[in-house]
Design a protein around this ligand. Structure first.
Ligand SMILES: Cc1ncc(COP(=O)(O)O)c(C=O)c1O
Length: 390
């Protein structure tokens, strides 16, 4: 029996591995499992969205395929929302609807690179980006992020990694796993670098709806007349409308490139789930207020986490924090992060992910996905992490 060696060499899905540490265990009522492992909204979709979907599921139309690129009103609504948030003009033809942002990354990378090429990934990276590149035989070129820069990658470091086989630089902002938010000028500098070197800038903005941007948009790239041959934005509806299981995301890029991506999408999915697309459309049209409330909750969770663990309590240090995640330096110098994470699961009923799941050189860190945990639980998290004899 043969297996594609690229697939065999790709690491196993990390969330499943972390879950296996607690599988079959029972947790006492006074010390329940606190799951800080997966980045999922800890609340149901809006009630009116659920009622809308119940109606839509009753229509034959919802059971049918959609155009490969997505239903036209959703493409138009996301184009309009993008222009509203960032400024500039975005056309519906520049929007491709995918079955989630992971699929958006897969179709983008397949359209841009082939085996033997390379793509620059800031470290720590999002494990599914690395796995996708490994599966395709595309080299992931690590761009190390430094703590003194708030774990935001430096365009000058990236420049040195580019060669004639480099096809793209990936940026995730707000970041998974670190929560770090790249400043608009850094994002612009990455875009400039990519443009100058004739490669694409892949910007994954899965978590962009959670910080409060005030009057300043996350970046100005959609206002730039020169974005066409450089910018590829990846987006997810999973978190913003709590629709992770409905599988909807998007790529926003120049229309000609999307035509190429549509060939891939046709083969891997034909189209994103119709019901999910209807859900996303409903959300864009009706849920601005609901999203603002959820954002306020998440911003409060960031503050609450900082209050209980932001002063070096128990030797823990927040390396960076934002949106959904805190990337923490653990106090067990020299001990592998996986051992520490397993011990937290075994002894303290806390599930989190060890840094090495996000790339090389990450043994000092653990990722806590706290966005799905109520603010009231934060002191309990801190108590368990700082308990004597932990
Ligand atoms: C950075 C990043 N991109 C993409 C995804 C996947 O999103 P989706 O559910 O839309 O596939 C995630 C999910 O955790 C993520 O953290």
């Amino acid at each position: 029996m043969t297996v594609n060696p690229l697939v065999a060499a790709t690491e196993a899905p990390p969330i499943a591995e972390a879950w296996s540490w607690v599988l079959g265990r029972e947790f006492p009522a006074d010390r329940p499992l606190i799951d800080l492992c997966q980045a999922v909204p800890g609340y149901a979709p809006a009630a009116d969205l659920q009622a809308h979907l119940a109606e839509e599921v009753g229509r034959y139309d919802t059971a049918r395929y959609t155009p490969i690129t997505g239903i036209p009103p959703l493409r138009a609504a996301l184009a309009a929302r993008t222009a509203e948030l960032y400024g500039g003009a975005v056309r519906p033809e520049e929007v491709l609807i995918t079955a989630g942002c992971n699929q958006a990354f897969v179709v983008a990378v397949m359209a841009l690179a082939r085996a033997g090429d390379n793509v620059i990934l800031p470290v720590p990276w999002y494990f599914n980006h690395k796995m996708t590149l490994d599966l395709l035989g595309i080299e992931a070129r690590p761009l190390v992020c430094r703590e003194e820069n708030g774990l935001v990658p430096d365009p000058a470091d990236a420049e040195a990694l580019i060669d004639e086989r480099t096809r793209a630089i990936v940026l995730i902002t707000p970041n998974n796993p670190t929560g770090a938010i790249a400043p608009p000028q850094t994002i612009a500098a990455f875009h400039d670098l990519a443009r100058r070197r004739g490669i694409r800038c892949l910007l994954d903005e899965t978590y962009r709806d959670f910080p409060d941007w005030g009057a300043e948009p996350p970046h100005g790239l959609f206002r730039r007349p020169d974005r066409d041959d450089t910018l590829v934005q990846l987006y997810s509806f999973s978190k913003v409308f709590s629709l992770a299981g409905y599988r909807v995301g998007a790529v926003i890029a120049e229309a000609g490139l999307l035509t190429q991506m549509a060939k891939i999408l046709d083969c891997v999915a034909i189209c994103a789930p119709h019901v999910g697309q209807k859900a996303a459309l409903y959300g864009l049209r009706n849920l601005g207020g609901w999203v603002a409330e959820r954002r306020a909750d998440i911003v409060e969770r960031v503050d609450a986490f900082k209050r209980v663990l932001g002063d070096g309590q128990g030797g823990w240090r927040i390396a960076s924090i934002g949106a959904y995640f805190a990337y923490m330096r653990h106090p067990y110098d020299g001990r592998p992060a996986k051992e520490v994470a397993k011990e937290l699961a075994d002894r303290h009923n806390i599930l989190c992910l060890p840094g090495p799941m996000f790339g090389p050189g990450q043994d000092a860190y653990l990722r806590f996905a706290f966005a799905n945990v109520d603010t009231a639980l934060m002191p309990e998290i801190a108590r368990r992490l700082t308990a004597p004899g932990r």
